[in-house]
Design a binder for this molecule. Structure first.
Ligand code: NAD
Ligand code: ZN
Ligand code: ZN
Length: 383
């Protein structure tokens, strides 16, 4: 089958690789119809987090069950399903508590598994024609048949739940004000989720014009961080108080306010300043324990200069970590079906799988409006 294969930093290619096989009675094989490229793929694409030549990328996958193992009970051939990016078992201590992003079974020695990563277990990615899904009864979310809402539903694999998770970590409640840093796909989904949860005022901070325009389009207030300290800009619009809540949807590759270099703690520190005393910070943006490309010795070891003293003084709380997609994907699916949510506004490009190399390049540079790319293997639904 054809698959998107990582070659070396800044290079992916389309290659023929072996078809996946059922390896356990609880596996299914899914014929992928939609698979999205993520900001998290870019960390590997840039050679910043571990990626081995030859691995197949892709953790945001939707498709049709092609073959079900003998032990699978809830799925049949022909079912349309979307898979959380987390691979999880469903029966370990963390899965039982709903923390499926930290499954203790699927990736021995580590809490959490995912498709298409070196560090997240042996699960090949779905930017390919076929995908093996382990513990399939647990990991597949069934969708209505046909291809209605395809582009909305594929976002249930990661970014819609992850944006929502950012709001959950910050306990965003009706009537509150929220500052979301980053208007990439995750940040836009966080701003959208904050509005779905009834926030009165949502600020969306970035510098990429197309992304800020999308934020404005959904009813958020765009803030360009290159036009002045974003915390000050937001305080001016909140009677000097700051916001009730904040979400970091940027992570460790945050750019300094003049956009001239990376400053890994800048967003965390901006949030501490922006959010009012006793407010809460949700951090779905990724921070890593080691980053060979980090701008200084501390950053290379995942240690950042965060204003913990100021945070303590303000009595703020912070929540971090991978999204437990299964906590939210069914509910968010049903909001889509009911017509109450349409996350596909974030998708800028729908392309055949073969166009992945160019799409990676442009998405990585955040140019030509590349905000979120959905690939359609086999030209299944190519626009
Ligand atoms: P992205 O890189 O497309 O978006 C990041 C955005 O942040 C960009 O638009 C960039 O211009 C903006 N930015 C950079 N510096 C900034 C600053 N100082 N202030 C405000 N904005 C700034 O990535 P994405 O796909 O939206 O993902 C965002 C983050 O979320 C990444 O770190 C990704 O790895 C992470 N992520 C986490 C999870 C999870 O489960 N926790 C899941 C998916 C993605
Ligand atoms: Zn993702
Ligand atoms: Zn588990």
């Amino acid at each position: 089958m054809k698959a998107v294969v990582y070659e070396k930093p800044f290079s992916v290619t389309i290659r023929d690789v072996d078809d996946p096989q059922i390896q356990h009675p609880n596996d299914v094989l899914v014929r992928v119809t939609s698979t999205a490229i993520c900001g998290s793929d870019l960390h590997m694409y840039e050679g910043r987090t571990a990626a081995e030549a030859g691995i197949v990328f892709g953790h945001e996958n939707l498709g049709i069950v092609e073959q079900a193992g003998a032990g699978v009970t809830s799925l049949s051939e022909g079912d349309r399903v979307v898979m959380p990016f987390n691979v999880a078992c469903g029966f370990c201590k963390n899965c039982l508590a709903g923390k499926t992003g930290f499954c203790l079974t699927v990736n021995p020695g580590f809490a959490g598994g995912a498709y298409g990563y070196v560090a997240m277990g042996p699960y090949k990615g779905g930017q390919a024609e076929l995908l093996r899904v382990p513990f399939a009864d647990f990991n597949c979310l069934k969708l209505p048949p046909g291809n209605e809402f395809e582009t909305d539903f594929v976002l249930l694999a990661d970014i819609f739940p992850t944006g929502y998770h950012g709001c959950e970590l910050a306990r965003v409640s009706p009537g509150e004000s929220v500052a979301v840093f980053g208007a990439g796909p995750v940040g836009l989904m966080a701003a959208y989720s904050a509005l779905l949860r009834g926030a009165a005022k949502v600020f969306s901070v970035d510098r990429v014009p197309e992304r800020l325009a999308k934020a404005e389009q959904i009813g958020a207030i765009p803030i360009d961080f290159t036009k002045g300290d974003p915390a000050e800009q937001i305080k001016e619009q909140t009677r000097g108080e700051g916001t009730d809540k904040g979400v970091d949807a940027v992570g460790y590759q945050a750019q300094a306010h003049d956009a001239s270099h990376e400053e890994p703690a800048v967003v965390l520190n901006s949030l501490v300043e922006t959010v009012r005393p006793t407010g809460m910070l949700g951090v779905p943006g990724l921070y890593v324990p080691s980053d060979p490309g980090g701008p200084d010795e501390h950053a290379k070891h995942g240690q950042l200069l965060v204003s913990i003293g100021r945070m303590f003084e303000k009595g703020q709380q912070m929540g971090t970590g991978q999204c437990n997609v299964k906590q939210y994907n069914r509910q968010l699916r049903d909001l889509i079906i009911a017509g109450r949510a349409k996350p596909s506004f974030v998708v800028s490009h729908e392309l055949p799988l073969e166009d992945a190399p160019g799409a990676y390049e442009k998405f990585d540079q955040r140019i030509e409006g590349y905000t979120k790319v959905v690939l359609h293997p086999g030209h299944a639904l190519a626009a």
